[in-house]
Design a protein around this ligand. Structure first.
Ligand SMILES: O=C(O)CCC(=O)C(=O)O
Length: 264
């Protein structure tokens, strides 16, 4: 969705469009709000990201396929800015779907480098009730924020919308995906992609000459437990957050160590 100037200025979709955006996630599995974050702020995020990312690449093997890195982000400025972690436009869609007591339990990034490949098509979560052919309402949503424009040549995310998030049965994902409708998510830097964590997707080859970073946060119903380590948040950082952001991160490791801090 392209936003109207008043929506960007108010940090709120017009009521009818908000209703549609929420329904789009519920039924289609995702929605994109284009170019929400101001370009100067995205540039600051990008610059800070690259500083820690290059260091991370030097000491880590690719961990999501060839030339492709998942990296947890340190919960520090500019990454933990409220425009990122407590974005009013994102939360206006996330909260009605996950409940006001939802939490954020994952603060990270995905970056294909030049020379990366297709990933297998996958969902980002296990089935909650394996073997039972039931579709559940949304219980976790990924918020992706691209730090560069996602173009055809730099490894955009490919998604299978329209029902794969409902995962009614175990399915032969790779074979089926080849026969099904998919989309490449082309979007400007600073957009908000909100996707049901269950929706099938994959990373695609980055054929450009620069990394293609994508911030990734997971918002979930408060009872969901995953294998991700709790986010380390320095106590002073937590205390400076707004009450609403504090609520989102209340179950994390408050007072715990930062990960992947930039070298001094
Ligand atoms: O390319 C991306 O941003 C996402 C990659 C991905 O889906 C994954 O590593 O699980």
């Amino acid at each position: 969705m392209k936003l109207f100037p008043d929506e960007l200025e108010n940090g709120a979709l017009r009521p009818e469009r908000l209703r549609l955006a929420i329904e789009k996630v519920r039924v289609d599995g995702y929605v994109v709000l284009e170019g929400v974050l101001p370009p100067d702020f995205v540039a600051e995020l990008h610059e800070n990201f690259l500083r820690i990312f290059h260091d991370y690449v030097r000491r880590t093997d690719p961990n999501r396929g060839k030339n492709r890195y998942q990296m947890h982000l340190p919960f520090m400025p500019p990454f933990c800015d409220e425009r990122v972690v407590n974005n009013p436009l994102a939360l206006s869609i996330i909260e009605p779907l996950l409940g006001e007591d939802c939490v954020c339990h994952y603060f990270a990034s995905d970056t294909p480098l030049p020379g990366s490949d297709f990933q297998p098509v996958h969902s980002d979560i296990h089935r909650l009730f394996p073997g039972m052919p039931i579709s559940l309402p949304p219980f976790a949503l990924v918020l992706n924020i691209p730090l560069v424009d996602f173009r055809e040549d730099n490894g955009p995310l490919q998604i299978w919308p329209g029902g794969t998030h409902l995962m009614p049965e175990d399915a032969p994902i790779q074979e089926l995906a080849e026969q099904m409708h998919s989309e490449f998510v082309l979007m400007p830097a600073g957009s908000l992609l909100i996707r049901d964590i269950r929706m099938w997707h994959r990373g695609t080859p980055n054929r450009s000459d620069a990394p293609r970073p994508n911030m990734a946060m997971i918002y979930a119903r408060h009872w969901l437990r995953t294998h991700y380590p709790p986010i380390g948040i320095p106590r002073e950082t937590y205390e400076r957050l707004s009450p609403r952001a504090q609520r989102l991160f209340r179950l994390e490791n408050i007072g715990g160590p930062l990960v992947n801090v930039p070298a001094a």
